[in-house]
Design a protein around this ligand. Structure first.
Ligand SMILES: Nc1ncnc2c1ncn2[C@@H]1O[C@H](COP(=O)(O)OP(=O)(O)O)[C@@H](O)[C@H]1O
Ligand SMILES: [Mg+2]
Length: 249
């Protein structure tokens, strides 16, 4: 063997079992809203690696850029500058159907702005992502029921979402996030609207999914105790990471 061959860089296999490989990496993200006098730089150079299987809290004051970062990480919004890599793949190459496909297959969302449809049943709400993914009727029902049962909501499947308690609604949201077998769950203030006991139950569910199924958690929160339960905390101030592990350049 030529001695130089030993210097060939190691490539990281991005398998689910490999908990050290970054599933998501971002480099030098910038996000600007508006223009002219209304221009606002919400992200100003954020780099971060998220490894498969870890739990990360994104913390910072209101308006610091947490939700903006989460939306860019989750491929719901594009950065003005910078790169998002999913499994080492530059996501700029993903558009339209392939982008939607990658997002649906890989991510689950627990966001307050993704409301449940109150007039539909818990089961119908959980079925929706599977409908979008083109899963057949029978498999949709089975998988959605399965997810609801996992969240101990099997007996509420036929109840309209509007008739459920706050904690039950949030569990339906988690069931809906789980139904596509995601590798990452993004949660924006998942306990924000819940009383502390119910919030704790919802947290326990998220961390059990992390521990038992290896689902990566990315959680935006104001809640210090919730942040403390995560493997790692990323502090954001005025659109930059001020504390927490920065990715290697
Ligand atoms: N669509 C938008 N247009 C203009 N400004 C926005 C928009 N979205 C967010 N911002 C501004 O960007 C900053 C960061 O917002 P956001 O990421 O929602 O903060 P956080 O989630 O930390 O409270 C805030 O000052 C907010 O007003
Ligand atoms: Mg926010």
């Amino acid at each position: 063997m030529h001695p130089n061959q030993e210097e060939t860089p190691v490539t990281y296999p991005a398998t689910v079992e490999d908990r050290s490989a970054p599933i998501l990496s971002v480099r030098d993200l910038h996000k600007t809203y508006g223009r002219g006098p209304n221009r606002f730089d919400a992200l100003r150079g954020v780099s971060l690696d998220i490894r498969e299987g870890e739990s990360i809290a994104i913390v910072g004051k209101s308006g610091s850029g947490k939700s903006t970062l989460m939306h860019v990480l989750a491929l719901l919004d594009q950065p003005s500058e910078g790169t998002v890599f999913l499994d080492n793949q530059d996501t700029r190459n993903l558009r339209g159907k392939r982008l939607n496909g990658a997002r649906n297959k890989t991510f689950g969302f627990v966001f307050q702005q993704f409301f449940l449809t109150g007039s539909q049943t818990a089961l119908e709400n959980v079925t929706l992502p599977l409908k979008i993914a083109g899963v057949g009727r029978r498999a949709r029902r089975d998988r959605a029921m399965n997810a609801l049962e996992q969240l101990e909501l099997g007996d509420k499947a036929k109840n309209k979402a509007i008739d459920l308690s706050g904690g039950q609604k949030q569990r339906v949201v988690i069931a809906r996030a789980l139904v596509n077998d995601p590798r990452i769950i993004f949660a924006d203030e998942p306990t924000g609207n819940l009383d502390s006991n119910t919030g704790r139950v919802v947290e326990d569910i998220l961390f059990a999914l992390n521990r038992e199924q290896g689902i990566t958690l990315v959680i935006v929160t104001h809640d210090e105790e919730l942040a403390a339960r995560c493997d790692r905390r990323i502090h954001i101030r005025d659109g930059v990471i001020v504390d927490g592990e920065q990715a290697a350049a």
